[in-house]
Structures are given as C-alpha cells and as structure tokens.
Design a protein around this ligand. Structure first.
Ligand code: ATP
Length: 447
C-alpha cells in the first residue's frame, strides 16, 4: 500500500464533509478552514481524548479556559511583542511575500543574490533583503482605535496558563509537580499559510504547563517524552512515522533551554507535529518582574519557597487531525475492487455505527430498523441511517468516513431461525457476523 498524497486527504476531507476552505462561498480566506459535520466530530473526539488522557485520568492536572484577548502587557512581558517574528522577503517584481527560512536559495546560501528566484513569478534577483515580521494579529479593544486600545489575539494558549498560575495555586493548592492544561484557539499571521490545515492562521492548541521544582526538570521532561508517545499511539500513528528531533539552541524559541520536536511523516514530508519545551522559570519570572506580584510557590511541608520551572508539551489540533487522517487513510482491494477507507481508532471515529434497512419500501423492515437505530442512538450518540443504494455501496461510503460498524436489518431479522438478529459488518476486515439485537450494544461498544 502506498502512502496517501496530500491531494487524497484534502479531497476526501472536502468530499465527505470533514474540512472546507474557510469562507468557501466567497472564494476562501487564506489560512482559515471550516469544519463540516464529520470534521467537527473528529476534532472534538481528538480534543476530548486529550483532555481525558492528560487531565481526567491524572491526579496532578488542573484545567483552565482563559480569554483569547489578553492585556497587551502579557505579550510584552512574554517577549512576543519583540521577538515573535519570522523573517520576510518581498518580491519586487510580483509583490509576493515569502518566509525567508523556507526558501531553498536562502537555506543553501544564507543570503539572496542575483541568482535567487521568486517562487511565485520565477524571476531572478527580485527578492528584497529579509526583514522581521511580527506574527501576532492586532485588534483594538473598545470604541477608540488608538495606541492605548491596542490588543492582540493570542498566538499561543500558554500565556493564559501562566497568567493564572497564582489564581490556580491560591484556589486549588496543588502539590508541585502539577500541571495546568488548556485547549483553545490561537492565531498567527503566518507569512505563507500552506499545506492544508498544517500551517493555518487560526488554529487550535492543547497545551500543558507542568510546574516542577527546578532540580526536577530533567526527570519530568523524560516522563513527558513517554506520555507523548502514548498519545501518538492513541491517535493511531504508527511508531515508525513519529520521530523525535532534538532542536539545536540556535533554532529554539527565545524561552526554551531544551526542545524536542515530535515530527511526523506527513504527506508533505517529515514535519513538526507537536513540541516539548523546557521553558525554565522564564515566564513566571517575567510576570513577577512586570506585575510586581510574587510567583513563588510555598510547599506545604514548610520547605523553602521557589519559583517553579516549567515543562511544556504543546499540541496542535490541526496537525493532529492531519496526522490522524494520514495514518488512517488506507487503500485495499475487496472482491477485486479498490476500496478507500479510514482506519480510525474507535475513540476518534466521528460516527461509530450506521444502520441500514435492507429494503426501504417494506414498512415492517423499516420499523424494525428504526427500533434498532433508536436503541443505538441512545448509546452511541450520532448513528447514521442509511437506506439508499445497494448494500455494497453503503459499505463503501461508510468505510470512507471511517464508521467502524454497519448494522443491517434484513428479512431474517423479522422471522425464522435468525429472528431478532442483525448483520454487523466490520470496517477493517469487512467480516460480517450475525448478532442478536439484545447483544448489539456490548458488541459495538469497543473493537
Ligand atoms: P512551526 O515551526 O511549524 O512554525 P512552531 O515551532 O512555531 O511551529 P509552536 O510555537 O511550538 O510551533 O506551537 C506548538 C504547536 O502548535 C505546533 O507543534 C503545532 O502543532 C501547532 N501550530 C503552531 N503553528 C501552527 C499553525 N500556523 N497552524 C497549525 N498549527 C500550528
């Protein structure tokens, strides 16, 4: 089986209602994407699984949900106003703007010269000297549009955690080490959004700041490396497609003393899926200095107070979705015909089960199928009702959106030896089994 191409994923995502270009009806808006009925479900499943694994199932984690627009002092103190930049070059011929560190010419020679080519118009010697471009989106708070009302859309969720560190400690009294988790939108005015949702201007992050005693950071870091691999497994990502990259000092973010990027073999190549950074006490100290409020933590056993250091696992939802779709996209052959299916882990599948009455013009059969459908809906939330086309076509459609089970209600369900049984067809193996209706829920509950 060959690896899927980006076009395969983008086309399936649009065709089946997972992800559409943002503002599609008006020709789109670069770097924005909208989630359709299946996409929103997949995205929620990923975010809920994350919350379950990293918050609900642990006793050292707490959650917050901070505002997206924060006091601009936050971004001054965090260093984002001064250093959250990417190097930009502009083509003097066609006006296209490019991120310098992604241009092969610049990567090879470290500069632009008469031979450097603009990737958009193809002309040589037209790229301007690089300048730094700040990626934060600006807005104004309140009716007056001036310097004093300037604010930013958050470029990361992390700062909403740091600014609430004291509030959480003073209200929940956690023992160090402990973590604070947050999920939510982040905005970056990327110079060149590209590669489907991989580099978007509006996206979603799931971040944890894990607060430790300064002497404990290395142990905690190694522990998080393991937890991240468990997460990748839960997403159904094969081990050999996930890679750790120790980021050299020159390439690390301004706040990090150690960073490991977890890369994935996306259809666009090996790229960052998520990051793990040791942020030291950089952020809490900046807040302490800028606000004048102590960020010291006082251990309950009376030992010396300290400003905790931080390990930050930072997950991007869009990149997780892209990795999940890449890993799940499978082609095989059934009865001599090519089949495309999404081998999604059960927890992530947007729809767990579909119900098909074998014939839609037989009221008795349809009524029985409705009974089964209503029963399953109570248990599994969204259940698809599929009464069109032939059964083989229905299976293909359900395979393409990753439905793990299709239940068919047929004439044998109504009478005879197999009365009150239905056919359950399994997505991955295409195997079918006969199951009593009373046994359906436990059969379908897990793989
Ligand atoms: P890159 O080097 O690819 O620009 P980054 O190192 O700037 O990414 P971080 O600041 O570490 O990214 O952000 C944490 C995570 O947020 C990333 O690993 C990624 O999953 C996600 N992320 C960051 N920028 C984007 C974006 N523009 N679109 C989608 N996801 C993003």
């Amino acid at each position: 089986m060959s690896e899927p191409k980006l076009e395969d994923i983008v086309s399936l995502a649009k065709r089946r209602g997972f992800i559409f270009p943002g503002s599609d009806v008006y020709g789109g808006l670069s770097g924005t994407w909208d989630y359709g009925p299946l996409g929103v479900q997949l995205k929620r499943n990923i975010m809920q699984l994350w919350w379950k694994m990293f918050v609900d199932d642990r006793d050292d984690m707490l959650g917050v949900d901070a505002a997206i627009i924060m006091n601009p002092k936050v971004w001054k103190a965090s260093g984002h106003v001064d250093t959250f930049t990417d190097p930009l070059t502009e083509c003097t011929n066609c006006g296209a703007r490019h991120r310098v560190d992604k241009l092969p010419d610049f990567i090879e020679r470290g500069t632009f010269d008469a031979q450097s080519v603009c990737p958009t118009c193809g002309k040589k010697g037209v790229l301007s000297e690089p300048r730094q471009f700040n990626m934060m989106f600006k807005t104004n708070v309140g009716p007056v549009d001036d310097e004093n009302s300037l604010a930013y859309l958050r470029p990361e969720t992390a700062q909403g955690i740091f600014t609430n560190f004291k509030n959480v400690v003073d209200t929940s009294y956690p023992d160090v080490p402990f973590g604070i988790a947050q999920q939510g939108k982040a905005f970056r005015n990327e110079i060149s959004p590209r590669d489907f949702v991989f580099r978007s201007r509006e996206f979603e992050q799931m971040e944890i700041e894990y607060f430790v005693h300064p002497e404990q950071w290395e142990t905690a870091f190694e522990e998080w490396v393991k937890r991240i691999h468990e997460w990748c497994k839960a997403l159904g990502l094969p081990d050999d497609m996930v890679h750790e990259l120790e980021v050299p000092e020159a390439d690390r973010a301004h706040y990090s003393k150690r960073t490991v990027d977890f890369e994935f073999d996306f259809p666009i190549g090996r790229e960052e899926l998520l990051g793990l950074a040791y942020r030291t006490d950089f952020d809490l100290m900046n807040i302490q200095n800028a606000s004048g409020k102590s960020m010291e933590y006082r251990p309950k056993d009376g030992s010396a107070p300290f400003v905790p250091h931080v390990i930050e696992p930072s997950f991007g939802v869009e990149r997780a979705i892209m990795a999940v779709l890449t890993a799940a996209y499978t082609e095989d052959e059934v009865n001599g015909e090519k089949r495309v299916f999404l081998k999604l882990p059960y927890d992530l599948a947007p729809i767990k089960v579909a119900v098909c009455p074998l014939a839609k013009n037989k009221p008795e059969l349809v009524a029985k199928a409705r009974e089964v459908y209503d029963m399953l809906r109570k248990e599994f939330g969204q259940v698809l009702w599929v009464d069109s086309g032939n059964i083989g076509k229905n299976y293909r459609k359900m395979d393409e959106i990753g439905v793990p089970y299709v239940v068919t209600v047929d004439f044998d369900t109504l009478e005879g030896e197999q009365k009150d049984t239905v056919t359950v067809r399994h997505r991955d193996t295409t195997e079918q089994e006969r199951v009593e209706i009373t046994n359906l829920v436990p059969t379908l509950n897990r793989p």
